[in-house]
Design a protein around this ligand. Structure first.
Ligand code: AMP
Ligand code: ZN
Length: 127
């Protein structure tokens, strides 16, 4: 019961779980079996997208290996969507894991950031 309660409260205050279950409004751009893609609310570039597992996993380390292939395929589909919309000619995929690496939302996710020549985006800058 303790574990069940912990899972429930974790989901209750997780904003990405709320996005997945429709409790928080978001701009979902693609839905798969185990993943969804949403527009980042504070984008580095037009088209900046987050890929979230539908299940609550706290970091990349918690995502089962069995979802790895689907996750990679989903990344490719999101990139293809962005490319078709002419939002980038290249892309960065980034995942912040744990507080020391800048993870703010403790529901594992991948950033897909479309890039263009000379766009000047420096994601890793600390300021
Ligand atoms: P990080 O955990 O460092 O990858 O940062 C969380 C990311 O989630 C940031 O890029 C935020 O802009 C983004 N974010 C936070 N809340 C929302 C939301 N409600 N909808 C979409 N993106 C969000
Ligand atoms: Zn969650």
């Amino acid at each position: 019961l303790k574990k069940i309660m912990a899972d429930v409260s974790k989901k209750d205050d997780c904003i990405f779980c709320k996005i997945v279950n429709g409790g928080l409004k978001s701009d979902i751009v693609r839905t798969g079996k185990n993943f969804i893609a949403v527009k980042d609310i504070s984008p580095f570039a037009e088209g900046h997208t987050l890929i979230l597992p539908k299940q609550h996993y706290s970091t990349m380390l918690d995502i089962p290996n069995g979802l790895g292939g689907e996750m990679l395929q989903f990344v490719k589909e999101v990139v293809s969507d962005l490319t078709k919309k002419n939002l980038g000619t290249g892309f960065n995929i980034i995942s912040n894991n744990f507080k020391s690496a800048g993870q703010v939302v403790m529901h594992a996710h991948i950033h897909v950031i479309p890039r263009k020549d000379g766009d000047g985006i420096r994601y890793f800058s600390k300021d």
